[in-house]
Ligand binder design. Structure first.
Ligand code: 87F
Length: 485
């Protein structure tokens, strides 16, 4: 049949897998954790890429491309950053029948690939700031449950790697990039996110501190890290001897950042906006924003209807609206409506005999099903208005839903109750790592333990004397907790 067999709020995992396949975004591949990204996925990725690439170029970041492969000794160089990740590193050990002299790793991230050359290229303060980015794939051979877009063994991302003379410059850029990540989610994918700082336990171990944008999936009550922007401090500069002669002629270590955003963004968008008819695409990222469908009538003049469909598409394309028509003769209008709803196309235009007669078209919104008859005369301006209204209402609906999941707690009992109610928990915390580990231990279970998601940059007031929900010690900051992907 045409529709989905699984309902979003009954069998979320199965619903998600069915939607990404039936909407023609993903095709499963015969290697576990690897997926084919079909054109409708690439159209979305290319829109996000175009926005982010243009913005980082305004920041004087330059794109480069470094090799996919990294030697073992270089990869092992930064031990405390690699130790936890080592099992995920994929290795090339043969070419043809013969073993390689030395096994070669496939990049899981590119710090160790790039930084020996940062060391070579950076000599004096005039070589700073060095700001490089690459759009590429990375491989992490994870064994936890693979999920299209969300957790795959190969994924596409951008990884930015920058070096500065001072910590102040690095700190500033960390937040500038984090703001771009917020815009990717909120302005393009219509997904609300929280900007925050990771705890010492959850941060990138090789860095100084990690900031992130955190999304939330109300149906599963799980948080999901949307993208990360790390200040690496001088850790990698020490390891890879990335020094420069500062303006006083002294030898100094550079201050570095690294930041990344991947195709996981697309999976979050599917989870947040999808419904039981399939994908729901925010217009700003939809590869096809409007689909025009002829509605034939028994003795109607089909040529006139087809001609009207074609000219409507041309009119919209001329104004930069991404429109297509579906003139296939062997499918009914009803079948086509379901098919394009499954693909998440934001707006459908139906053209039948009476529309021709009264020089109008009927538009139907994917997000709320609203139908409106529009005179051809002001088609473009009305369609543009509806598309931007869809974009805004998708974001507002998602934000309202996410905010309704936020629960402020002050005690352990409230915390556990909120966790069992699939809430996104905001709690005062003493910021002690032992307490964080203890919460993980005490909430272990088949749904996974609760963990810190981030401490919001925008901290609510913390009244004097507020105690930590878990330890009873004086609280130091408000922190979001929850189960996560
Ligand atoms: O997040 C980012 C943003 C982009 C640049 N890299 C940083 C840090 C990556 C942390 N990480 C994540 N998984 C890994 C997996 C295997 C080996 C190493 C790593 C590893 O270093």
């Amino acid at each position: 049949g045409l529709g989905l067999t699984f309902k979003k709020d009954e069998s979320f995992g199965e619903w998600y897998s069915e939607v990404v396949v039936n909407s023609e975004m993903i095709e499963y591949y015969d290697i576990s954790g690897c997926y084919i990204l079909r054109p409708s996925t690439m159209a979305i990725w290319e829109t996000l890429q175009a926005f982010f690439d243009a913005e980082i170029k305004k920041m004087n970041v330059k794109n480069a491309y470094f090799p996919l492969f990294v030697t073992e000794n270089v990869l092992q160089k930064e031990k405390d950053h690699i130790e936890g990740f080592a099992p995920e590193v994929a290795w090339v050990t043969k070419s043809g029948q013969s073993d390689l002299e030395v096994p070669i790793a496939i990049r899981p991230t590119s710090e160790t690939v790039m930084y020996p050359y940062f060391s070579k290229w950076i000599r004096g303060h005039r070589d700073l700031p060095l700001k490089l980015n690459q759009w590429c794939n990375v491989v992490r051979w994870e064994f936890s449950h693979p999920t299209p877009f969300i957790r795959s063994r190969e994924f596409l991302w951008q990884e930015g790697h920058t070096a500065f003379a001072t910590k102040e410059e690095a700190d500033k850029e960390v937040l500038e990039i984090l703001e771009l990540y917020r815009r990717i989610y909120e302005e393009y994918l219509a997904v609300p996110v929280i900007q925050g700082r990771k705890s010492e336990l959850e941060k990138f171990a090789g860095g100084l501190y990690t900031t992130s944008v955190e999304a939330f999936i109300p149906i599963t009550g799980r948080g999901i890290q949307g993208a990360t922007s790390h200040c690496l401090g001088q850790n990698f500069a020490k390891m890879f001897e990335i020094d420069f002669e500062n303006e006083k002629g002294e030898k100094a270590k550079v201050w570095q950042n690294s930041w990344g955003c991947s195709t996981r963004t697309i999976g979050v968008m599917v989870m947040v906006h999808g419904d039981d008819k399939g994908l729901v695409l925010p217009p700003k990222v939809a590869g096809v924003q409007v689909i025009v469908i002829p509605v034939p009538y028994k003795d109607a003049n089909m040529q006139a209807i087809f001609a009207a469909c074609t000219s409507t598409v041309q009119t919209l394309l001329a104004e930069g609206i991404r429109a297509e028509h579906d003139l296939r003769e062997n499918y009914s209008p009803g079948w086509k409506y379901s098919n394009w709803e499954m693909k998440g196309v934001p707006l459908r235009i139906e053209i039948g005999p009476k529309d021709i007669a009264s020089k109008q078209v009927r538009v139907v919104r994917r997000d709320n099903g609203a139908k409106t008859d529009i005179p051809l005369a002001n088609l473009v301006e009305v369609v543009n208005g509806i598309l931007s209204n869809i974009q805004a209402s998708l974001f507002n609906a998602a934000k309202e839903k996410r905010d309704a999941c936020i629960k402020v707690v002050h005690t352990w009992e409230e915390f556990i109750a909120a966790l069992n109610n699939k809430k996104l928990i905001l709690a005062p915390w003493c910021d002690e790592e032992e307490v964080e580990k203890d919460v993980k231990t005490r909430t272990k279970g088949e749904l996974g333990a609760a963990k810190t998601l981030c401490s919001p940059l925008d901290q609510p007031v913390l009244p004097e004397g507020t105690l930590c929900f878990a330890s009873g010690k004086p609280a130091k900051k408000w922190t979001y907790w929850g189960r996560s992907y």
